[in-house]
Design a protein. Structure first.
Length: 272
């Protein structure tokens, strides 16, 4: 751990984590993560083409959700996985602990998917009564405002810092060798990542969960927040944008349906 500690004291940044391993291991690990993310984006695109006619059951939704999390989040966690793999390799731990770390991370996001699933089930139960009503876009706009304001809270700052300092995170969440310990570390990172990203993920749920354009925009924000030198400033800027979006939805309710469908609101009401 001494080599990792020196690197941490010098500059604990996502870029620093890219240099703790040899070039071959770094490229292999990063390539696997990006390859899985690319496959997940393709599967998500395929899911969107058939979702209009499919019966969205609970298992189908959770499979869709997990695929989306791989697509959106795997490009962001590369430095963290590399930092953890550095420790694993120094202990001659092989490949399984790294797989367990990523599995622990995904477990948190899988569990988080139960929240939008419950919301979807509840919405289906009341949809005939609320579709077209004024309070639906008002509630959605208020939720967007809350999500935007969260970007300025200390909780966001703490979680974002943990995600932006992979070397320090691995040092302070080292539960020992082996896959069980790696899984626990992955769970811990997943919790910090959830605390960092849940607000913008809520925006995605509100404006259109299967909207690939919104997915791409929010995924890019996640990537830059965690890995760009100005990610903290971007986090606050995105918060302002989401608050403004929420206020606009409250003021112009039809804007919500335009955001979700990509179609301009009809002047006669509803969508074109």
């Amino acid at each position: 751990m001494s080599q990792l500690r020196v690197a941490d004291q010098a500059a604990d940044t996502p870029r620093a984590a890219l240099s703790v391993l040899g070039l071959r291991t770094t490229l292999t690990t990063s390539g696997i993560l990006l390859g899985l993310a690319g496959l997940a984006w393709y599967l998500t695109w395929r899911q969107t083409t058939g979702m209009m006619t499919a019966d969205l059951t609970g298992p189908v939704f959770m499979a869709m959700w997990l695929t989306m999390m791989v697509a959106m989040m795997f490009p962001t966690i590369g430095p963290m996985v590399l930092a953890h793999r550095h420790v694993v390799l120094r202990r001659s731990g092989g490949n399984l602990p790294t797989v367990a770390f990523v599995a622990g991370y995904l477990s948190i996001w899988f569990a988080a998917g139960l929240v939008p699933l419950a919301g979807l089930i509840a919405f289906r139960a009341v949809a005939p009564a609320v579709l077209g009503s004024l309070w639906l876009p008002v509630a959605a706009g208020a939720a967007l405002v809350v999500a935007g304001l969260y970007q300025f809270t200390p909780w966001k700052g703490i979680c974002l810092k943990a995600c932006r300092t992979p070397l320090g995170f691995v040092m302070t969440h080292d539960f020992g060798g082996g896959s069980p310990a790696a899984y626990r570390a992955g769970l811990s990172h997943g919790l910090y990542c959830l605390g960092c990203c849940w607000a913008l993920m809520a925006v995605l749920v509100i404006v259109g969960l299967m909207n690939l354009a919104w997915m791409a925009v929010i995924a890019i924000v996640f990537l830059l927040e965690k890995n760009w030198s100005r990610g903290v400033a971007l986090s606050r800027l995105s918060g302002l944008a989401v608050v403004a979006l929420g206020v606009a939805v409250i003021a112009f309710p039809r804007l919500l349906f335009w955001l979700a469908s990509g179609l301009p609101p009809s002047p006669m009401g509803g969508q074109m």
